[in-house]
Design a protein around this ligand. Structure first.
Ligand SMILES: [Zn+2]
Length: 410
C-alpha cells in the first residue's frame, strides 16, 4: 500500500514518541520516532507536539451562526431566542448568500480548531421550505475536501395535524435537497407524541436516522425521550437515533433518571448534551438553587448510553458567545458537568464520531488519520489553555494550521 504521509516525532497521550505512517487516509503503522525509515511518503515534522484524535462537533446550527450582532434575544431564555428567530425569519433576514457567508466562516473556525466532522441542524419550515438546506449543501460542497458535514433537517413546530401540513412538506423538500437526517423539537409541538410518530415515519420512508432536540425544558413532566425510546423499540427502527439536550431528565429524582436511562440504553439512543447553550438559556428567573440544565451524563453512561457533547449555537439569539471550538464545550463538561478532562475530550472527539456512526480514532493501525497536534502535554492542558496553536490533519493531510505568538515588551 503506498504511503501518503509520514508524521514524524509526535507524542501520543500515553507518552510514546512516535512516527505515524498514513496510507489511504488511515493509520498504516505507528513506530518509534526516528524509525519510520527513508522510504516514501510526504513527511511532516510534528516537533514533539501531542497527537490527539481530531475533534468532532455533533451538534451545530450553521445556518444561524454569527447573527448575534443583528438578531437580539430580549429575554435571554429559550422562548426569547425562538421569538427573535421567528421575527428574523418572517422579515427574511436569512438570505441564501448571507447563510452561505456566515456558515462558511463558522466552518472555517471549526476546521481551524481541529474539527474534521460536524453535524449541523438546519432550519426547515413552511414559510421558507428547504432554502436554508440549499445554502448549507452549497457550503458542504465548497469545503468537502477539508471537513465532513452532516445535515439534519430541523423542522419547525408544529409537525402534526392540519397545522403541520406545510412543515411536513418542507421536511420532504429538505430530504430531497440533501439533508442526511430528520430533526424536530417534539417537546414544542402541539402534539409531542404525534410529532415523534411523524418524524419516525419520515425517517423510515427516507431510510435515514434521527437527531431530535429533546425535552429542552426544566419541566420534569415533559419527557418525550421515553416516547422516542418506545418508538425505536416498537418499530424496530434500524437507523441511528440521537437525542440532543435531554434537559428535563436532569430534573427527575435519581431513581427515575435510572429507569429512563435504561430505556434509552436498550433502544440504542445516543444522548448529546449542550452545556453552553443550556447553561445560558435554562434556569433564568430562579434565584435560588438554579439548575444547570445539563442532561445527567453519569447516570446515562452508567446505564450504557453513549453520551457525546455539542457546542450548539454560536453567537446567535440562543447563545451570544461561542467560538466553534469543541475545547470550549469540553471545558464546560469539566466545570459544569463534573467530567474528568480525558473523558470530556473523548466526548467532543471519539464519542461524537461514534454518535455520527463514524469509526473511532484510537491511535492504532487501521484507524482514520484525523488528528490535532498541539504544543501541550495532555488533553487536560489543551482544554485548560484552549491552546490556540493547532495543526489539523484529515485523512493524513494537513488541512489547517494556526500559530500564535505573544511578545512581552519590557
Ligand atoms: Zn440545537
Amino acid at each position: 500500500m503506498p504511503l501518503d504521509k509520514v508524521l514524524l516525532d509526535g507524542v501520543l497521550a500515553d507518552g510514546r514518541v512516535v512516527d505515524v505512517q498514513v496510507a489511504d487516509g488511515m493509520i498504516s503503522a505507528i513506530v518509534g520516532a526516528g524509525s519510520a525509515g527513508p522510504a516514501g511518503g510526504d513527511r511532516f515534522a510534528l516537533g514533539g507536539r501531542l497527537l490527539l484524535p481530531a475533534l468532532a462537533e455533533p451538534h451545530a446550527h450553521l445556518d444561524k451562526a454569527l447573527v448575534a450582532a443583528t438578531i437580539n434575544n430580549e429575554t435571554g431564555d429559550l422562548y426569547g431566542a425562538m421569538d427573535a428567530m421567528d421575527r428574523a425569519l418572517k422579515g427574511w433576514q436569512f438570505t441564501h448568500d448571507g447563510i452561505v457567508d456566515r456558515a462558511s466562516r463558522a466552518v472555517e473556525m471549526l476546521i481551524g480548531h481541529g474539527v474534521t466532522l460536524v453535524r449541523t441542524h438546519v432550519n426547515v419550515g413552511e414559510a421558507f421550505g428547504a432554502a436554508h438546506i440549499h445554502a448549507i449543501v452549497q457550503v458542504r460542497r465548497a469545503y468537502e475536501h477539508l471537513i465532513d458535514i452532516e445535515i439534519v433537517a430541523l423542522t419547525q413546530p408544529s409537525l402534526t395535524g392540519s397545522a403541520g401540513r406545510g412543515n411536513r412538506a418542507a421536511l420532504a423538500a429538505a430530504l430531497a435537497a440533501g439533508a442526511d437526517l430528520v430533526g424536530a423539537c417534539p417537546h414544542l409541538d402541539d402534539d409531542p407524541v404525534g410529532c415523534v410518530g411523524v418524524v419516525f415515519d419520515a425517517a423510515t420512508d427516507a431510510g435515514v436516522g434521527l437527531d431530535l432536540h429533546t425535552d429542552e425544558t426544566l419541566d420534569a413532566g415533559m419527557l418525550t425521550l421515553r416516547d422516542v425510546a418506545r418508538a425505536v423499540q416498537q418499530r424496530g427502527f434500524p437507523h441511528l437515533v440521537a437525542a440532543s439536550h435531554c434537559v428535563s431528565l436532569s430534573m427527575l429524582p435519581i431513581a427515575d433518571q435510572r429507569v429512563v436511562a435504561a430505556e434509552v440504553a436498550a433502544a440504542g439512543i445516543a444522548v448529546i448534551p449542550q452545556p453552553q447553550t443550556n447553561l445560558y438559556l435554562q434556569g433564568r428567573g430562579l434565584a435560588s438553587a438554579m439548575p444547570r440544565g445539563l442532561a445527567p451524563i453519569d447516570v446515562l453512561r452508567e446505564a450504557g448510553v453513549l453520551v457525546a457533547a455539542g457546542g450548539d449555537n454560536v453567537q446567535d439569539p440562543f447563545n451570544p458567545l461561542g467560538r466553534c471550538d469543541p475545547l470550549e464545550t469540553a471545558a464546560l463538561l469539566v466545570m459544569a458537568g463534573h467530567q474528568l478532562p480525558d473523558v470530556a475530550y473523548a466526548m467532543v472527539s471519539n464519542d461524537a464520531r461514534q454518535v455520527m456512526g463514524r469509526q473511532r480514532i484510537e491511535m492504532t493501525v487501521g484507524d482514520p488519520a484525523d488528528f490535532v497536534a498541539l504544543p501541550v502535554a495532555s488533553a487536560r492542558e489543551a482544554i485548560a489553555t484552549a491552546v490556540p496553536d493547532r495543526l489539523v490533519f484529515r485523512a493524513g493531510q494537513l488541512v489547517a494550521s494556526t500559530t500564535w505568538q505573544t511578545t512581552l515588551h519590557r
